[in-house]
Design a protein. Structure first.
Length: 102
C-alpha cells in the first residue's frame, strides 16, 4: 500500500473531518457556524479536528483583531483540491446510501 494514500485515508477518514471540509467548501466560516451546521459535533472535537487539519495544511485559521476577536477557518488550496472527492462521495451517497441519518 502506498504510504501517502494510507496517510491521506488516516487524515480524511477521521469522524467529522469530511463534514468539516464540506462545510468549508463554499468559503470561510466561524467556529460557531461550523458547529451550527454539523449536528452532534462537540466544540471540543471540532477544535481538535480543526487543529489537525490546520497542521496538515488543509485548513487555515485567520484571526481578525476586532473586538471581540473574530476567527475564521477556510480551506487552503490543498483543502480545496478535495472538492472533487467530496462531490463524488455525495453522488455515491445519493445513489447508494439508504440508511436514514441518526
Amino acid at each position: 500500500m502506498c504510504p501517502r494514500y494510507q496517510r491521506a485515508v488516516e487524515i480524511l477518514g477521521k469522524r467529522w473531518t469530511g463534514l468539516i471540509i464540506r462545510v468549508l467548501l463554499p468559503g470561510p466560516r466561524r467556529f460557531s457556524e461550523i458547529t451550527g451546521t454539523i449536528d452532534g459535533l462537540s466544540d471540543r472535537l471540532l477544535s481538535q479536528r480543526l487543529k489537525e487539519l490546520e497542521s496538515c495544511g488543509i485548513v487555515a485559521r485567520r484571526v481578525y483583531p476586532d473586538i471581540p476577536v473574530r476567527i475564521e477557518y477556510k480551506l487552503t488550496r490543498k483543502g480545496r483540491e478535495l472538492q472533487e472527492m467530496v462531490v463524488a462521495i455525495q453522488r455515491w451517497a445519493d445513489c447508494w446510501e439508504t440508511t436514514p441519518a441518526r
